[in-house]
Design a protein around this ligand. Structure first.
Ligand SMILES: Cc1ncc(COP(=O)(O)O)c(C=O)c1O
Length: 429
């Protein structure tokens, strides 16, 4: 790729490297097959748990290799079903990563249990297995790992710790459809798993999710809280009796029909997303001060997101705060025609954990079931914090139907900004 060092940055009045007539196409691509399924759903009469919901659950279970799969209305609800299914109860502790989307922790609180965060590994940005054992207490019941950014966690290490301490493992695979660990698909390695069908996931149904497991008892307990807490025996008929607290987490036939069309081409769209991801990665090789995302032969990306990080050593050398530098890169890249997002994914920093109040009056930490003063001091998560401070990402622009032209433009904008990083003005807060 041609070097960009002689080009003036667009934030300083230079010409944006991405031409204004280049369009990044939206995800997902909708074809006549999707339209036919959605019309078929409308033209039949079971609009709640109808035939497409049944097909979607069966086909995803077969695709992923799970015995049981319940389509849900979101990944968040599927995660709560995992927590309930694994027998976690009020005041029990669940260990999870400090770096994730909020639902990875709030799903634990939704079941009146207590999240305990551990730091992330710098290289992968996943939960660091080395930190897990120190966080285990007599109240710990499960480890909830997040296959963040479409790459599997170190499942051998995590499963070994879980086995040694008799803990359940819940896989948050909401971003990771088709990601594998040593050839095994995520969502089949731990005791239960959750996927999301939200718009920006590799499998889009608008909104929706899957609760998966190979264990009948976990499945029954999880499904019960997702269906008004319906714990009646399978042969008892509908007795309209509430045996415990539950929610309504079903999806609709129309949503399921949309997701089904996308599922049937998921192998193809995943392969395209991966190929684009790798092409982008190749084009960005040796870009100065850029840390490219993790993906290896044993833990390959599913092509979900291309996550960029600026080398913290560069910020230190320039004497600027890492987060200020990352903000400045985001502005410079946007000016070149490539908006990049930032977010504070450091979960323990969120107000709910800092004030320890989810339901009011300090509940569930104050309910009496929580046996100790769980510490959410942010000094415990330096690497997760560093990931947040340096992370920039885009989840759509490398996905199909985008191809060669868009990938070249994406790489060109990043290379131009990073090759001229000394010229990027950093506003110090
Ligand atoms: C890692 C992770 N977990 C859970 C969720 C929740 O999924 P949903 O939005 O379908 O509730 C998301 C969605 O963004 C996610 O990225």
């Amino acid at each position: 790729m041609q070097t960009m060092t002689d080009q003036k940055l667009a934030i300083h009045g230079g010409k944006p490297i991405i031409p204004s007539d280049l369009t990044f196409k939206m995800w997902p691509e909708i074809g006549p097959d999707d339209e036919a399924l959605v019309l078929a759903s409308l033209r039949q009469s079971s609009h709640a748990s109808g035939p497409h919901v049944k097909l979607l659950g069966e086909e995803f279970a077969a695709w992923n290799g799970n015995k049981h799969c319940r389509p849900t209305n979101s990944g968040t609800s599927a995660l709560q079903m995992c927590v309930a299914g694994c027998g976690v109860q009020a005041g029990d502790e669940v260990i999870t990563t400090a770096l994730s989307w909020t639902s990875s922790a709030t799903c634990i609180i939704h079941h009146n249990a207590i999240p305990v965060f551990v730091d992330a590994d710098w290289e992968t940005m996943h939960i660091d297995p080395k930190c897990i054992e120190a966080a285990i207490t007599p109240q710990t019941k499960a480890i909830l790992v997040v296959h963040y950014f479409g790459v599997a966690c170190d499942m051998d290490a995590i499963m070994a710790i879980a086995k040694k301490h008799d803990l359940a493992v819940i896989e948050d695979a909401c971003q990771a459809h088709g990601a594998t660990f040593n050839g095994k698909k995520v969502g089949t390695i731990g005791h239960a798993g959750a996927f999301s069908l939200n718009q920006n996931k590799n499998l889009c149904g608008g909104e929706g999710g899957f609760f998966v497991t190979n264990d009948q008892a976990i499945f029954d307990r999880g499904c019960a809280i997702g269906g008004f807490s319906d714990m009646r025996p399978a042969d008892s008929g509908r007795d309209y009796h509430t045996h415990g607290l539950g929610w309504m987490y079903s999806t609709t036939d129309l949503n399921a029909a949309f997701a089904l069309g996308q599922l049937r081409k998921l192998d193809k769209t995943n392969a395209q997303a991966r190929a684009n991801w790798h092409q982008l990665d190749d084009l960005l090789t040796d870009t100065p001060n850029l840390i490219r995302p993790y993906s290896t032969e044993h833990r390959p990306t599913n092509g979900y997101a291309y996550i960029l990080r600026v080398d913290p050593a560069y910020a230190q050398k320039r004497g600027v705060a890492l987060t200020d530098l990352t903000n400045a890169i985001s502005l410079a890249s946007t000016a070149e025609g490539l908006p990049l997002s930032r977010a504070n994914w450091l979960l323990p920093a969120h107000t709910i954990f800092q004030v320890k109040d989810a339901y009011g009056k300090g509940s569930p930490w104050s309910d009496g079931h929580c046996k100790r003063d769980v510490d959410y001091n942010l000094d415990q998560y330096p690497l997760a914090q560093q990931c947040v401070d340096t992370c920039l990402w885009n989840v759509f622009k490398h996905r199909p139907p985008n191809g060669e032209a868009q990938i070249q433009a994406f790489a060109g904008a990043i290379r131009k900004v990073f090759e001229n990083l000394d010229d990027v003005t950093v506003e110090q807060k």
